[in-house]
Design a binder for this molecule. Structure first.
Ligand SMILES: Cc1cc2nc3c(=O)[nH]c(=O)nc-3n(C[C@H](O)[C@H](O)[C@H](O)COP(=O)(O)OP(=O)(O)OC[C@H]3O[C@@H](n4cnc5c(N)ncnc54)[C@H](O)[C@@H]3O)c2cc1C
Length: 372
């Protein structure tokens, strides 16, 4: 009996998106993954080596709210392949998961290495080629993939090159690239916080270069499309009746009193900055100075000059979503060309959202290519 010819699919990029797409395609198609590096290398540092696979939010609209770029586009993607489907897939390949208190989901092994190993073991019907893709061209009904090694022909292409390189491959097909910028990064500041280095409050960590920590990563993500410099204002104390606190502790030093609310070194920092002796007793602080201290604490202004590559830096920007069909991940400009993962103009907050984007968009592309 004649065997049905399987369609040949090239996945360009063997990161989480590319490999997940291959994993969902390999039974139906003849899949080749191209990567200039060993596959799934980018998975290893995720979640500090623990791999924050996903986030425990199963309502697709709520989940999509965690993406400053891509929210609406992801509605139909997540409604078809969301967190629950992702966890089921991983369970099937031997990766059991657990939900942390903050709703982030990790493998029980707490090991990105283990997730990589299991995913690669599952990809036993996929061919991996360690080649750099230089060009992709239309060739008849299919595509020609030119690498630094040779030339290959495929029926379909999945572009999963991530957020660091490879945009020119999409541009050659007429796709527009929204200017890539770092998000989820630390920020370099105009102010010198080196004396506070290591001090952390309200999710802000002071560093030698500026500020970092979860609150800062989120700001760098929300404001990723803004030009530097920009000002940020932090409220480090909330709505405290400062006058009453000072009046009821008249003999306590202002430093010790503030240390009930913020780290002692930070209290000293802002007192010196406002020209107040940290050893001064509370009752000796006049009304104007009290107002000044409170206003600094409630409205702590920082000028961000640029990003610093720490944290789980992702790329904001990439292939314009207007040119991709969210139901199939197929290019609206070139039939047979698909996208998944960070190469697209989609990025989420810290918490497993960026990998979830990879798993979900990769799976939707695979379903469309396999004709399911
Ligand atoms: C330190 C760190 C920690 C992170 N932790 C988390 C986390 O815990 N949870 C989470 O959700 N997200 C996390 N992220 C983000 C997440 O890792 C990325 O969003 C994700 O890796 C994107 O996957 P991708 O497959 O789209 O792209 P990538 O992972 O960038 O993979 C793209 C691949 O394509 C290859 N490639 C590119 N161009 C070519 C070419 N021309 N030819 C051949 N190969 C090419 C590259 O070598 C690469 O292997 C973290 C990011 C960082 C930096």
């Amino acid at each position: 009996m004649e065997q049905e010819l399987k369609s040949r699919v090239a996945v360009v990029g063997g990161g989480p998106a590319g490999c997940f797409c291959a994993a969902n395609l390999q039974e139906k198609c003849e899949v080749t993954v191209f990567d200039k590096k060993p596959p799934l290398l980018t998975l290893l540092p995720t979640g500090g080596g623990r791999c924050n696979i996903s986030y425990a939010e199963y309502d697709f609209k709520e989940l999509a709210k965690n993406y400053p770029r891509g929210e609406k586009f992801l509605y139909s993607v997540f409604s078809r392949f969301g967190g629950a489907e992702t966890l089921e897939f991983f369970k099937d390949i031997g990766v059991d998961t657990y939900i942390q208190e903050d709703m982030r989901i990790f493998p029980v092994s707490n090991s990105a290495k283990d997730v990589r190993k299991k995913l690669l073991a599952y990809l036993n019907q996929t061919k991996f080629l360690k080649e750099t893709v230089l060009r992709i061209e239309k060739a008849g009904a299919g595509f020609k993939v030119v690498t630094d090694f040779c030339c290959h022909h495929f029926d379909k292409i999945v572009m999963a090159v991530g957020g660091h390189s490879g945009y020119e491959l999409a541009q050659k097909f007429g796709h527009h690239i929204i200017e890539p910028r770092p998000a989820l990064a630390g920020l370099k500041t105009k102010e010198d916080f080196s004396s506070l280095s290591g001090v952390s409050l309200c999710g802000v960590l002071f560093t030698h270069k500026g500020i970092s920590g979860p609150a800062v990563y989120k700001i760098s993500s929300l404001r990723a499309r803004e030009d530097f410099p920009y000002k940020i204002s932090f409220d480090f104390i909330g709505q405290v009746d400062f006058q009453a606190v000072l009046n009821s502790n008249p003999h306590k030093s202002i430093r010790n009193l503030l240390s009930d609310y913020v780290p002692k070194s930070f209290a000293e920092f802002i007192l010196v900055r406002s020209g107040v002796n940290p050893d001064e007793k509370s009752h000796r602080i006049n009304g104007k100075t009290r107002d000044n201290i409170l206003s600094i604490l409630q409205n702590f202004e920082v000028t961000a000059l640029g990003t610093v590559p720490d944290g789980e830096v992702v790329t904001s920007g990439g292939v314009d979503l207007k040119e991709i069909n969210p139901k199939t991940m197929e290019s609206k400009l070139v039939s047979g060309l698909y996208f998944c993962g960070e190469v697209m103009d989609i990025d989420g907050f810290c918490g497993g959202f960026n990998l979830q984007n990879c798993w979900s968009t990769a799976s939707i592309a695979a379903l469309a290519i396999a004709g399911v």
